[in-house]
Design a protein around this ligand. Structure first.
Ligand code: PEP
Ligand code: MG
Length: 567
């Protein structure tokens, strides 16, 4: 049994599907051209078939535009300059097929990569992708491809990038376990929104588990059992059943109000990554969207999404939510979130670097496009815009200034714009929390981002399992930062929410309620449990609890206090 961090609840029993990108070493070997050409042609045919299957599977799940990438890949397989080039090289130099392919493709890749044109550079990426597949086939290396999975499995990987996670097909991927990552790494967050059980930060799982091993993933306790005995399997089948029943029982809270026994109302909202997530929000009784992470729209694209593409996505979310509020966060790229079409500067600490609003204020065209799309969509619902990673008053003022400029331009163009848009900010940098009373004079609302706030206040990288013990939502120092933020907002008649993962933690809800948090935004699947908790608590008692917690010294003490007060 291996231990990790439970990142997305659930229990699954299935075979392991190891996602590996094997390092292959290519050497020049003198060879028989007939044999090598045959190998090459066979690998080429297999690769074409793979791509066709992947395309077929993705049809319906991806947009027409996104599907075109597979046509581009098929074209690479049929490109005479590449294919004839490889065959000529095998013939004239009597070399092995993989070596010939590597050399010829390498030449095209560097040629396309050196061009300024973004379209041409994309071609380089296509050639790289396809030739890697052909090389694997020549060498008989197993190609792990998430979109090719067609049986129930638990994906095991060193790491899953957010875009890998987005590709997971829920019908077959019954869970995943990775070596790196913490509760608030973005693949963990996406696993929760996809409702796929996940355990992350499982040291050595790649060297311990073999492809096809039977696994039990206990994503409630953060355990992975490898080839367990029948008795353990039977025990876990019962556990899984019990968990499912518990989840089903929570359904009765769907249409209840989020109110304490003494009549204090709060709002329970959801975090989403794409417009497709809205259905789960409504199914789980979400009263709004407290965080729409728009960066996934950018990460799923081949190039910067246009104003129109963005407008359509935002409009869809706003319309589906009707009169419920939707907090859309402007682009928060950087840190662990990358783009295929944009090269981030090399930095020692990307989480402390060029990301989010810092990038948007530096490259204002990107920011303006998004703000225009948002403003145009505002006519279709109750829009709240929030800027991520605000550290200083001047940053907020500058971002708000760009917003006002775009708004004025659209009004002059005669475009209809919603009349109750709020413009707020994430409070996730301790400096902003400390100055919350000043920010509250210019921002319409706050949403506390504890995932980043904890990593910044503890100086502990949220991606590192080695320092994951410093992810301490219950540390009194963090509770004090949260209190400052909420009090700052309330002093100026503004509301304060939280969209970091802490907002959905059952043990955190009592103390957050007591601190006066107005809105709790979490993964959709956590809402019903949160409502059950809120319905069972007294606001007056939770205020007392929070006051006591603020005077304690350690996270353990706070947790103990909460657990002994709230049975
Ligand atoms: C946070 O930092 O708490 C947050 C909600 O934003 P993200 O996890 O996307 O950085
Ligand atoms: Mg953040």
């Amino acid at each position: 049994m291996l231990k990790g961090i439970a990142a997305s609840s659930g229990i699954t029993i299935a075979k392991a599907y190891k996602l590996e990108t094997p390092e292959i070493i290519i050497e020049r070997v003198e060879s028989d051209p007939v044999v090598e050409i045959e190998k090459f042609n066979r690998a080429l045919e297999q690769s074409k078939r793979d791509i066709e299957v992947i395309k077929l599977k993705a049809t319906g799940r991806l947009s027409e535009e996104e599907l075109k990438i597979f046509d581009a890949h098929l074209m690479v397989c049929q490109d005479p300059a590449l294919c004839d080039g490889v065959i000529d090289k095998i013939n004239s130099e009597m070399v092995n097929a993989d070596f010939a392919l590597d050399a010829v493709a390498g030449m095209f890749i560097s040629m396309f990569e050196s061009l300024e044109d973004a379209y041409m550079r994309e071609r380089a990426a296509d050639i790289k992708d396809v030739t890697r597949r052909i090389k694997y086939h020549i060498l008989g290396v197993n190609i792990a491809d998430l979109s090719l999975i067609d049986e129930e499995v638990i994906v095991v990987a060193h790491d899953l990038t957010p875009s890998d996670t987005a590709q997971l097909n829920k019908d077959f991927t019954k869970g995943f376990a990775t070596e790196i990552g913490g509760r608030t790494s973005h693949s963990a967050i996406m696993a929760r929104s996809l409702e796929i059980p996940a355990v992350v930060g499982v040291t050595d799982i790649m060297s311990t588990v073999k492809h096809g091993d039977m696994l039990i993933l206990d994503a409630l306790k953060g355990k992975v059992f490898i080839n367990p005995d029948e008795e353990t399997i039977a025990k876990y089948r019962v556990e899984a059943q019990r968990y499912e029943e518990e989840v089903a029982a929570l359904k009765e809270y769907k249409d209840k109000e989020s109110v304490t026994v003494d009549g204090h109302h709060v709002e329970l909202a959801a975090n989403i990554g794409t417009p497709d997530d809205v259905a789960a929000v409504l199914e789980n009784g979400g009263e709004g969207i407290g965080l729409y992470r728009t960066e996934f729209l950018y990460m799923g694209a081949k190039d910067w999404p246009t104003e129109q593409e963005q407008f359509e996505a935002y409009k869809k979310v706003l319309e589906s939510m009707g009169d419920k509020p939707v907090v859309v966060r402007t682009l928060d790229i950087g840190g662990d979130k990358h783009l295929d079409y944009y090269e981030f500067p090399e930095e020692m600490n990307p989480f402390l670097g060029y990301r989010a609003v810092r990038l948007c204020l530096d490259q204002k065209e990107i920011f303006r496009t998004q703000l225009r799309a948002l403003l145009r969509a505002s006519a279709y619902g109750k829009l709240r815009i929030m800027f991520p990673m605000i550290a200083t008053i001047n940053e907020f003022k500058e971002a708000k200034g760009v917003y006002e400029e775009e708004k004025a331009k659209l009004v002059a163009e005669g475009v209809t714009i919603g009349d109750d848009i709020q413009v707020g900010m994430m409070v996730e940098i301790p400096a902003a929390a400390v100055l919350a009373d000043k920010f509250a004079q210019i921002a319409d609302f706050f949403s506390i981002g504890t995932n980043d706030m904890i990593q910044y206040s503890m100086a502990a990288d949220r991606m590192s399992e080695k320092v994951s013990y410093l992810y301490q939502p219950f540390n009194p120092s963090l509770l004090r930062l949260i209190k400052m933020t909420i009090d700052g907002a309330h002093a100026h008649g503004k509301w304060a929410g939280m969209c970091g993962e802490m907002a959905g933690e059952p043990d955190a809800i009592p103390v957050l309620l007591g601190l006066g948090l107005d809105e709790f935004s979490m993964s959709a699947t956590s809402i019903l449990r949160a409502r059950k908790i809120v319905n069972s608590l007294s606001y007056a008692e939770m205020k007392e609890l929070a006051n006591k917690a603020l005077e304690l010294e350690t996270d353990e003490e706070v947790l103990e206090l909460i657990q002994s007060t709230v049975k």
